[in-house]
Design a protein around this ligand. Structure first.
Ligand code: ADP
Ligand code: MG
Length: 310
């Protein structure tokens, strides 16, 4: 769109200025929104001439909105804002408010910001209960429990999370992501972490502020989701210095935590009892498992491997 002043300036320089000006004025006054705005007000011709620029701006911008292609392609002066005419005493002004699409987009972005994730593929984060296939009987119970949790959990309420276990490809990570999205729609923040990569990255960021921030966030976020627990390289450092304190904190604060794993709890105990160094520490492993049981209800997911089909 040409700037309004430029358009008017251009008109004024033409020999048929008066005719064009009157035609433009007629068009503006024929606009039904302008008409209903002016109705009931005592508007003199002098007033109209004085505010024609504002009315012209309004008509131009609101026409764009009627033919809105998309928020990204919004041609308005202020992207995503729609004009309204207002009276300021005896003056007419144009005020801009967020359009319905922008309101919706802002809400979506706000929701997205409630889901923090580490090392989870971006397309996986789009998962939702609406699109979730529930054809496999072996997964229905898990899906129902996950849905109930995500759609009823309130911050501050004592609720257990879920420990979802089952073989590779049955949709465990997908279900966590659907939960995170449902929670975000209800304005509840979650932190979804792919454990194997998380453990690798922690080692390289050990002394940094980022490390401390991540651990603090994992402790305090309303809902923590640890994906693929048991697939990480086990070390006593990870078990006793990182995971243990996170789970301990969440237990004391009654903050729900969800887990996924290829292992049931017995095999997970075995995983946590054996470090790469060959040490065997049953008691320390048992302590981790106790915390998991305190925080989450174990539920098996069965079904076909959805990755093979793809
Ligand atoms: P797991 O974490 O159990 O190994 P994933 O969650 O990674 O399995 O799921 C494997 C694949 O199947 C992914 O590509 C995912 O997008 C897809 N998938 C999983 N569950 C569903 C579902 N309920 N509906 C549609 N696609 C799904
Ligand atoms: Mg997974």
């Amino acid at each position: 769109m040409k700037p309004i002043r430029e358009t008017i300036h251009h008109l004024m320089n033409r020999h048929d200025f008066k005719e064009r000006y009157e035609a433009m004025k007629r068009d503006i006054l024929n606009d039904r929104h302008v008409q209903s705005f002016l109705r009931g007000h005592d508007v003199t011709d002098a007033m109209l001439n004085r505010h024609l620029g504002k009315l012209y701006e309004f008509v131009q911008q609101s026409k764009h909105c009627e033919r809105c292609p998309s928020l990204e392609q919004c041609p308005n002066l202020l992207k995503g804002y729609t004009p309204h005419l207002i009276w300021q005493g005896k003056n007419i002004d144009v005020q801009y408010e967020r359009c319905a699409r922008k309101v919706q987009d802002d809400e979506r972005k706000k929701q997205q910001s409630l889901i923090r994730s580490l090392f989870i593929p971006r397309d996986m984060l789009q998962a939702s209960f609406d699109q979730l296939e529930t054809d496999d009987l072996g997964r229905i119970e898990a899906i129902e429990l996950a849905n109930t949790f995500a759609s009823t959990y309130e911050v501050g309420k004592r609720t257990k999370g879920l420990y979802l276990y089952g073989s590779f490809g049955v949709g465990k990570t997908y279900l966590l992501a659907a939960m995170a999205n449902e929670l975000a729609q209800r304005h509840i923040a979650s932190f979804l972490v792919y454990v194997p990569e998380f453990v690798r990255s922690l080692k390289s960021s050990l002394q940094t502020d980022a490390f401390q921030d991540t651990i603090e966030y994992a402790k305090q976020v309303p809902v923590l989701m640890l994906d693929d627990l048991g697939a990480e390289l086990m070390s006593s450092w990870w078990r006793d210095e990182v995971l243990g304190p996170i789970l301990q904190y969440r237990m004391l604060e009654h903050l729900p935590t969800c887990f996924t794993s290829n292992f049931d709890l017995k095999r997970l105990t075995h995983h946590f009892a054996h470090s790469q160094r060959g040490e065997e520490e049953q008691v320390k492993a048992a302590r981790i498992i106790e915390r998991i049981i305190y925080l989450a209800t174990p539920i098996e997911m069965k079904g076909k491997n959805r990755r093979i089909e793809m």
